[in-house]
Write a protein of this length. Structure first.
Lengths: 84, 164
């Protein structure tokens, strides 16, 4: 699995919220374009906080591990049966 | 119990867990963190009883992961390093540090199910769990600092203090 991050250039307003929230400093500001850009995609932990906080919904991730909503997962519910 | 009933029961249990965390924090404030932490320590110690001792932090983390898997606990994690770190394990004279990424987490799911904030008392339970398990496995004190609590993953710093 090779995670990719894409920032839609026309949507980005350069507000830098993604830069502020990212714990591993994946983004930086392109000062010429006044846009946020992906600098170190390899450092992304796929917490998705940047995508959630972006007011323009400009950030998308692909090929990442999406957490299991395990209370909806039949197999996991069976495994959790012993706790219930 | 058939699966649909299990799902409903699990959702109820998660909402209940979220409600307990929320209520305790409202009633006793930050003391709720200490209570959850100690509960986590006890759980970590109990579940890691009999695990082979080691001073190697990565091996200790593997053992902790096995303990969690064996008990069907959805608290899976992995060590992580950023591009500017040379090694996963960072050491200085006082401590050994490893950054950990937590992806599937039953606590995060419970908090979201109830609509409660992260980094609260339930998250401290995980801190306690690691402290208890690593106390058994490595014989050393440790802390698990929440660097970032995200929607799809959390980023934490595990610090194991060296014994003099």
């Amino acid at each position: 699995m090779s995670l990719e991050i894409d920032i839609h250039e026309q949507s980005c307003r350069g507000c830098e919220l993604c830069i502020d929230i990212c714990p591993t400093k994946v983004f930086e500001l392109d000062t010429e374009k006044r846009l946020c850009v992906v600098k170190h995609a390899e450092d992304c932990i796929a917490c998705l906080s940047c995508a959630y906080i972006c007011p323009s919904n400009a950030i998308t991730h692909t090929d990442y591990h999406a957490v299991k909503n395990f209370y909806r997962d039949a197999e996991f519910c069976q495994r959790m049966g012993k706790f219930l | 119990m058939e699966t649909n009933k299990q799902r409903l029961a699990l959702q109820d249990a998660m909402v209940f867990l979220g409600a307990i965390a929320s209520g305790t924090e409202q009633a006793i404030g930050e003391s709720a963190n200490s209570i959850s932490y100690l509960a986590g320590v006890n759980l970590g110690k109990r579940l890691s009883e009999g695990v082979t001792n080691t001073k190697d932090i990565l091996q200790a983390l593997d053992s902790t992961r096995e303990v969690l898997k064996k008990n069907d606990y959805l608290w899976l994690f992995e060590p992580f390093k950023t591009h500017d770190q040379e090694t996963i394990v960072q050491e200085d004279e006082n401590s050994i540090q490893v950054m950990l990424v937590f992806r599937d987490c039953m606590i995060r799911q419970s908090l979201f199910r109830f609509g409660h904030t992260q980094k609260g008392s339930l998250c401290n339970m995980m801190y306690g769990f690691f402290a208890g398990a690593l106390q058994n496995i490595m014989g050393q004190e440790s802390s698990l600092e929440i660097v970032h609590a995200g929607e799809n993953a959390c980023y934490k710093k595990l610090i194991v203090r060296r014994t003099p």
